[in-house]
Design a protein around this ligand. Sequence first.
Ligand code: SAH
Ligand code: SF4
Length: 385
Amino acid sequence: MTNPVNLLDLDLDGLAAFCEQLGEKRFRATQLFRWIHQRGVADFGQMSDLAKSLREKLAGHAHVTALPVISQHESKDGTIKWLFDVGGGNAIESVFIPEDDRGTLCISSQAGCAVGCRFCSTGHQGFSRNLTTGEIVAQLWFAEHFLRQHLKTDERVISNVVMMGMGEPLQNYDRLVPALRTMLDDHGYGLSRRRVTVSTCGVVPIIERLAQDCPVALAVSLHAPTDELREHLVPLNRKYPIDELLRTCTAYLAHAPRDFITFEYCMLDGVNDQPEHAQALIALMRQHGADGLRAKFNLIPFNPFPQSGLVRSPMPRVQAFGKLLNEAGIVTTVRKTRGDDIDAACGQLAGDVQDRTRVQERMARRRTVVLYPVPADAAQRKVVS
Ligand code: SAH
Ligand code: SF4
């Protein structure tokens, strides 16, 4: 064996193959996987039911390394946002959103994004690179085990994961799927498929692959009822127009864990929020509804950032738009803005890290306070704000 492997990169099958390479029985992988993901242990020496010889072998060939935390901010409403260093001056963000009976973690799939949607600060930032499986999983691994200590509980804290942070998850598919499998695995995080949501701007052929490989809940960022308008907002629409996208969504339902697809619609003042847009959307949904598409809409009030040149729709207009859809029988909700005071709302993620020089400066300053790599006792450390 050559370079040590970060075990966060491997789903259970991958870990079993790795154990075999080490000359160990596959079932050892299950024990190891549980230590890492269920108990948050990174130090092989602490894995008391593994033979000493295996622990020594592991120490020579593997490691469990999360991402360095650049900063952590806690909102008044309990939302927590972490900025993680992924090297080369790039940073990604994850957000924990506590609600009555659940805890949702919003995680990133890429540093930046190549799609370039007009209303998205990640899109404006451009594409830096795909995250590895380990970097996707590390966000959950760290957050779950940090929060258990922070909230002083042995119970699972994160009940839902949404891939709605930075990046287009379906443009990083090969790394995404093992990460999803680790989230779903009973020996990992044991999340049900309905509690793991992939959000996509509509990469049609990859939605088809997801349906076969790992059909979790699907959210599709629609934002417009016509190709002309959608192309303007989501450039990928030129490649995969609305009709094709919606037909693919209908086919996905045969595999999906829920009996509807969630459509996200970012409300932009004067752009896509008029009654005629709602009417066109209703007509579109009726047309595809006749073919079996079942949909719920989530209206997201636009979170402005300086370079966008766009404005959030006034709340009464968002409500009126939702009312038209609901009256037409399309279940529509308006997304509550959470973590506003810490810039953790949709599309605001890493809005403040576009200047890479500044990121590097901040990292250098903050690494003195936040330990690297993130230790299991991170919760006892000081929170940087
Ligand atoms: N790339 C994926 C997932 C990440 S974006 C996708 O586009 O679906 C997650 C959600 O945040 C998307 O629905 C996106 O449209 C929305 N979003 C992006 N920028 C936003 C902003 N400035 N205000 C409100 N929502 C935004
Ligand atoms: Fe990328 Fe999603 Fe932002 Fe569009 S909205 S630029 S697909 S992260």
